[in-house]
Design a protein around this ligand. Structure first.
Ligand SMILES: N[C@@H](CCC(=O)N[C@@H](CS)C(=O)NCC(=O)O)C(=O)O
Length: 212
């Protein structure tokens, strides 16, 4: 199986999960939206985005689906399949609509737009993203104040998914330090080699730098 990736947040998440699971995938850098590349990738993912998992059968896109596949293949409970599964889905779903979404809005303005020259930062969007961030962070902070991980007593994909944008906080500058339990939880994630350094040994161009 081959996992097409770039160094951006969702493919980073998929690579980190594949490495955490020790999944036997080959990693290949891809940039489906780069000039001349679309035709090669359209049949694999009509959205022309990464990550994409190419294996036997139909190619799979969407990081969550890819991690579900790999976790099942590896017979891991990283993607819960027991009575904790609804709890895990709750945090993935809530995260995507709240905490992760807020991080994405701010990171898009302060990171992606400036890196790729998509346009100037929109202060209104940053303000709105930060407002959503604080609202979501309060919920997450309360949850993590009494537990180490989001589901049960051990790491699950919900923790990785919730953290999708936090490795990019040098660009997004989200005020994580205002939330001590979130900060402690994120430090625990950073203690995991696969999360901290997913691209070790892989060939992939660095992201374009942020303008000084
Ligand atoms: N919902 C999709 C989002 C995929 C996505 O937005 N990928 C972005 C990176 S975060 C992408 O492919 N950007 C072009 C690139 O990295 O070359 C998922 O979770 O996999």
């Amino acid at each position: 199986m081959k996992l097409y990736f770039s160094r951006n947040p969702n493919p980073r998440l998929a690579v980190a999960a594949a490495r955490y699971l020790n999944a036997p995938v080959e990693f290949e850098y891809a940039s489906p939206r780069a000039p001349g590349q679309a035709e090669r990738y359209r049949s694999l993912n009509p959205n022309l985005l990464v990550p994409i998992l190419q294996g036997p059968g139909r190619a799979l896109w969407e990081a969550d689906a890819i991690v579900c596949r790999l976790s099942r293949d590896m017979r891991s409970d990283f993607w819960r399949t027991d009575d904790d599964e609804p709890e895990m889905i709750r945090w993935i779903s809530w995260g995507m609509q709240n905490f992760v979404k807020a991080c994405d809005i701010v990171h898009f303005e302060r990171g992606t737009k400036l890196r790729y020259g998509i346009g100037p930062l929109d202060p209104q969007q940053v303000q709105d993203g930060l407002r959503q961030f604080h609202r979501a962070a309060e919920v997450l902070e309360a949850e993590l104040s009494s537990r180490l991980w989001l589901v049960g007593d051990t790491l699950s994909f919900a923790d990785f998914r919730m953290g999708t944008f936090l490795p990019f906080n040098d660009a997004a500058l989200l005020p994580i330090d205002d939330y001590p339990s979130i900060r402690r939880w994120y430090r625990r994630l950073e203690d995991i080699d696969a999360w901290r350094d997913p691209f070790r040994g892989l060939e992939a161009p660095e992201l374009p730098p942020l303008p000084a």
